[in-house]
Design a protein around this ligand. Structure first.
Ligand SMILES: Nc1nc2c(ncn2[C@@H]2O[C@H](COP(=O)(O)OP(=O)(O)OP(=O)(O)O)[C@@H](O)[C@H]2O)c(=O)[nH]1
Ligand SMILES: [Mg+2]
Length: 242
């Protein structure tokens, strides 16, 4: 249900593709954190497992702002976020928090991210600062892929943020007055770093907040060296284009 009379302090933006089991649970857990005037935007890409229908059902029962954007087919994380952010800005939310649906980004950290947004422009959930880490159960190979990707992207893009590929971030909505959504190019994994790069160029105040990334319990990870190499190449093109 969309209740435009609600003042929205914080909107949680979640892209979904086949998250039927996770979505109801994560919305419930976030709602129980006690954040005032919280809203949700779900961007579902025609998930074959029916996530879109489940999102509609939650929306009908939710007592505040809950918008579901349905897209016909899988079009990538980056374009889903761009649509979600656009909708969040239209709804005049003051703060926008992006996260995955699969519990890799622990919902309880939203409380701190939301709070830190009172004294910063952007908060980056970070696995690579003290008290943050990747999933302790990851294999050495998966850890190496993640840290190689992060190190390579930081170097390539000159990024100061320690977790350059984080998908767990909060923004004060005024950030998008300067970071222009229509200019964001990357559709996949590289999107997170492209946003970090464009935010750094606009000299926003960025705080990193540590969290422990937990691997999805359901489904198999798609991450690989080839995905990272593709992101590195596309990010390089962005860096040398201006
Ligand atoms: N709308 C939309 N959502 C997507 C798309 N691809 C992934 N997602 C969602 O974006 C979030 C992050 O995607 P994941 O599949 O968890 O990506 P990941 O964490 O790099 O990979 P895993 O290790 O498999 O978890 C999840 O909530 C997904 O459901 C897409 O093409 N469209
Ligand atoms: Mg995931």
């Amino acid at each position: 249900m969309i209740n435009s009379q609600h003042f929205i302090e914080t909107i949680i933006v979640i892209p979904t593709y086949n998250e039927a089991d996770n979505l109801p649970k994560i919305v419930k857990e976030i709602s129980s954190l006690g954040i005032n005037n919280i809203g949700f935007i779900i961007i579902d890409d025609g998930s074959p497992d029916g996530t879109g229908k489940i999102a509609d059902k939650i929306s009908n029962e939710f007592p505040g702002f809950f918008k579901v954007i349905h897209r016909e087919e899988k079009m990538g994380l980056g374009t889903a976020y761009v649509e979600g952010f656009r909708c969040a800005i239209e709804s005049k939310a003051r703060k926008i928090i992006q996260m995955d649906a699969d519990f890799s980004h622990p919902p309880k950290e939203i409380l701190k991210i939301n709070y830190l947004l009172n004294s910063s422009d952007i908060v980056v959930g970070s696995r690579y600062i003290d008290n943050g880490s990747v999933d302790p159960n990851w294999s050495l190979l998966r850890k190496s892929i993640s840290s190689f990707g992060n190190f390579g992207i930081r170097l390539l893009m000159g990024l100061k943020v320690r977790d350059a590929t984080s998908g767990f971030k909060g923004y004060n909505s005024h950030v998008f007055d300067k970071v222009i959504l229509s200019q964001l190019k990357l559709k996949g994994f590289g999107f997170q770093s492209e946003v970090a790069y464009r935010c750094q160029k606009k000299q926003f105040k960025i705080i990193e907040h540590p969290y422990v990334f937990i691997d999805r319990k359901l489904g198999k990870s798609k991450m690989s060296f080839s995905i990272i190499l593709e992101a590195l190449y596309k990010l390089l093109m962005i860096r040398i284009s201006k």
